[in-house]
Design a protein around this ligand. Structure first.
Ligand code: SAM
Length: 271
């Protein structure tokens, strides 16, 4: 067991809520993360904090670099791990091209819960060299993301790759304990559509009116009219897809949404 509370006190620091700082007390929660790393993984760790997971990654000899926003923690990290490459700043504001000059092909992080979606989407959209991501997230988010249906995120993730749950972490494993449990999400890049950006326009737009059926949403959602690629979707003949257009977005699974996508965006179907 490590004691983040006393390390922080020693350095006159506190766990900062605004950076989503909940430090792992029991490093055994990282066992499944280390076990899931691909053989050839070169890891970028987001939010190393006090270095509990960083130490395990260094021991595995798969750590390339870390990115931490909190300067106070960076001081502790650089003393603890001389020679470690630390990128200071907000991961979401890092220039992706510059970040990609590092040598990582895998992202690992026990993330601040409030920016999980943005971090995951940045990895998928802007860092194509990342083949695997193992992310500690809020348990409910993990379940939603790994589900077959129910949200635009779940549908988008299925198009972008394979997502699995590596298990749950009790809130008592953290200092300070968050109000919710956490879970580890494993994402492996394996795109199933040619144009993910267009597919994302569709999945986001479909959930515009959660209570509306899909036919109505496609005809009326102003979101589709805003993009060149989807501006004519409202007038596409969807009469052959009546079993899909009558559904609400919650009911869509991967097969159905892909069928709809190929009709709205024929370039996809010629793949
Ligand atoms: N990895 C440590 C652990 O497991 O004990 C700390 C995890 S804590 C939940 C989240 C970490 O992410 C903190 O170190 C926090 O300072 C850092 N962080 C928060 N927002 C960040 C951002 N936008 N970019 C990079 N790091 C961030």
């Amino acid at each position: 067991m490590s004691n983040p509370q006393s390390i922080l006190r020693e350095h006159n620091l506190q766990a900062l809520k605004r950076f989503g700082q909940n430090f792992v007390i029991n490093p055994a929660v990282f066992d499944k993360v280390i076990a899931a790393l691909p053989e050839d993984a070169r890891v970028l760790e987001i939010g190393p904090g006090l270095g509990a997971l960083t130490r395990r990654l260094l021991d595995s000899q798969k750590l390339d670099c870390v990115n931490e926003i909190d300067r106070g923690l960076i001081e502790i990290l650089s003393r603890q791990f001389p020679g470690l490459k630390i990128i200071q700043g907000d991961f979401l504001e890092q220039d992706s091209r510059q970040l990609s000059q590092n040598n990582f092909n895998c992202v690992v992080g026990n993330l601040p819960f409030y920016i999980t979606t943005d971090i995951l989407l940045k990895i998928i959209r802007e860092l194509p060299q990342v083949e695997t991501a193992i992310l500690g997230v809020q348990w409910e988010f993990a379940q939603r993301a790994a589900a077959a249906t129910g949200s635009s995120l779940a549908l988008f993730l299925q198009a972008a790759g394979d997502v699995t749950l590596l298990g749950k972490t009790d809130r008592k494993s953290f200092y300070p304990a968050p109000e919710v449990d956490a879970g580890w999400l494993l994402y492996r890049r394996a795109p199933k559509v040619r144009d993910l950006a267009v597919f994302e326009i569709l999945t986001r737009g479909l959930f515009w009116g959660k209570r509306k059926n899909i036919g109505n949403t496609i005809r009326k959602n102003p979101h589709f009219a805003m993009h060149e690629v989807s501006k004519d979707w409202a007038s596409t003949d969807l009469s052959s897809l009546a079993e899909i257009t009558a559904l609400r977005p919650d009911a869509l699974n991967w097969e159905l949404v892909y069928k709809l996508f190929c009709t709205l965006y024929p370039a996809e179907a010629t793949k």
